[in-house]
Design a protein around this ligand. Structure first.
Ligand SMILES: [Zn+2]
Length: 349
């Protein structure tokens, strides 16, 4: 347990990777920056993944792609972050190690501690490489369709997300995530491929990565089909400090807040007023905290306690709902977003 070791930098040119992603990660042992030569050495692209140790789709995709022997269109940097957390048994079950910090909350000053130093080191490497674009590949812990998240919603960001899915959450929230630090330097998006452990999410990551790394030119390669859906103004809904949290199909008498165990089925749905979300203990404290990008507390505008139940007070679109208590307490329960009404189609590329 503990902090990450120093960043290793590896030039990858030829040579066969171990057969499984797990064996490959074991051979790496810690945070690693891979440099893969491409067909055009005058340009670069970057992929970051495994910033959370319990989100393996990006690692599987990178491993499969590299093992397949494909040569990227341009020189490629691949950063694997929380390798030690991922390796801690049971594998791919720890977002970060006990006693360590969430790496994808450390990409901002003061860059303190081992995670902060690692974050600064990787930012320096990325800025020096000046890639055309960065894709940061993640998983959710709940049921979600693939979607992108980022602080900018320009054509180039939508083009990147469109390689993986058809939804984009334009977020002004500042959490210390890597793309917040790189967005001013080059187009950067986070892609959430779906639930960790779901083969469909692994397939989304691999197909998107193939498009991202294989295309001679970025842009104009979005997935065909349904219109692009743009969501904005996320509000981060957390459990209030000290709240005893449970997930279940009925009220848990030991908990201050019991969230419905199947709540993540509602991700990306428009929920009307009065939609039940769970149960609140009779005389317990208000269990939620919901902050927007300006730091306004909105939980009592969004939700209401009625007859022991927690219900929506306004129509909401929840995303990224988790049913993992550890994740809910360490990070958040879910986000509430708004559908951008005029943006069902992306701007022309
Ligand atoms: Zn993540």
């Amino acid at each position: 347990m503990g902090a990450p070791t120093r960043l290793r930098s590896i030039e990858l040119s030829g040579g066969r990777l171990p057969e499984t992603a797990a064996d490959w990660l074991r051979s790496l042992g810690g945070p690693t920056l891979l440099r893969v030569p491409g067909r055009d050495p005058t340009r670069r692209r970057a992929v970051t993944t495994l910033l959370h140790g319990n989100e393996p789709s990006g690692t599987y995709a990178v491993h499969a792609w590299l093992r397949g022997g494909a040569k990227p269109a341009v020189d490629t940097l691949i950063f694997l972050g929380a390798v030690e957390a991922a390796l801690h048994e049971p594998m791919f079950s720890n977002r970060f190690l006990a006693g360590a910090r969430d790496l994808n909350r450390c990409f901002r000053p003061p860059f303190s501690g081992p995670e902060g130093e690692l974050a600064r080191e990787i930012l320096q490497a990325l800025e020096a490489a000046a890639p055309e674009a960065l894709v940061d590949v993640h998983n959710n812990t709940g049921h979600n369709p693939p979607y992108g998240v980022g602080p900018r919603a320009g054509d180039r960001e939508l083009d990147l997300v469109g390689l993986f899915g058809r939804r984009y959450v334009h977020s002004d929230l500042r959490l210390g995530a890597i793309i917040e630090a790189t967005q001013d330097h080059f187009p950067s998006v986070t892609v959430e491929c779906g639930r960790a452990g779901d083969p469909a999410a692994d397939a989304v990551a691999l197909a998107g990565l193939e498009r991202f790394l294989g295309s001679e030119r970025l842009g104009g390669e979005r997935l065909e089909g349904a219109p692009f859906e743009l969501l904005t103004d996320p509000v981060r809904v957390c459990v209030a400090p000290g709240t005893r949290l449970s997930f279940g199909d009925g009220v848990d008498p030991r908990a201050d807040l019991t969230v419905s165990a199947d709540v993540d089925r509602h991700n990306f749905e428009s929920l009307p007023v009065g939609t039940p979300m769970g149960w609140v203990a009779g005389d317990g404290p208000w269990p939620l905290q919901a902050l927007d990008a300006e730091g306004r507390e909105l939980s009592r505008e969004l939700f209401v306690k009625r007859d022991g139940r927690l219900e929506t007070r306004r129509p909401i679109v929840p995303i990224m709902m988790t049913t993992n208590p550890g994740v809910a307490l360490a990070d958040c329960l879910f986000y509430v977003v708004r559908r951008a009404p005029s943006a069902s189609e992306p701007p022309a590329p």
